[in-house]
Design a protein around this ligand. Structure first.
Ligand code: DQA
Length: 142
């Protein structure tokens, strides 16, 4: 089994309640369930986490060094601000896939910059919450 860490940033715990016109009506628990199921089919042992705290995400990325085989990250708003997460991701020498439910590049200008993109192997954006599954499949190909 390959170990895959899926990290979710701030406000993603509010999926289902938050701006459903943009993010849909499914909850993060729904997404977690789908990922675990698809992960089993792909031979991935999924560790699915969410935090509203930048430092906690940084710590989890640091701890992933040498212990996981692939990372999916939806850093949410930290995507557009966090040099700390960017730097932490550089510690990893495994495939990293950046995921977004919406397509930030088609939204407000402040969402057009991603600090994750330069360190990611692939980006999946604008595919809704099922984009996590596309990202897992891409990870399987890498
Ligand atoms: C998001 C897009 C970000 O711009 C936003 O801050 C989020 C969610 C997405 O999944 O579409 O919180 O990462």
């Amino acid at each position: 089994m390959k170990r895959v860490l899926i990290l979710n940033g701030p406000n993603l715990n509010m999926l289902g309640l938050r701006e459903p016109d943009i993010y849909g009506e499914h909850t993060l628990d729904d997404v977690k369930g789908w990922c675990i199921e698809r992960g089993q089919q792909l031979g991935f042992d999924i560790d699915f986490r969410q935090s509203n705290h930048e430092g906690e995400l940084v710590t989890w990325i640091q701890e992933a060094r040498g212990t996981i085989d692939g990372l999916l990250i939806n850093a949410a708003a930290y995507t557009h601000t966090s040099v700390a997460i960017h730097d932490a991701l550089k510690l990893l020498d495994i495939p990293i896939i950046e995921v977004h439910i919406s397509d930030p590049k088609k939204r407000e200008e402040f969402r057009h910059i991603s600090y994750i993109e330069p360190v990611a192997s692939e980006v999946v954006a604008g595919e809704g919450p099922k984009g996590y599954l596309l990202a897992l499949e891409k990870l399987g190909e890498l």
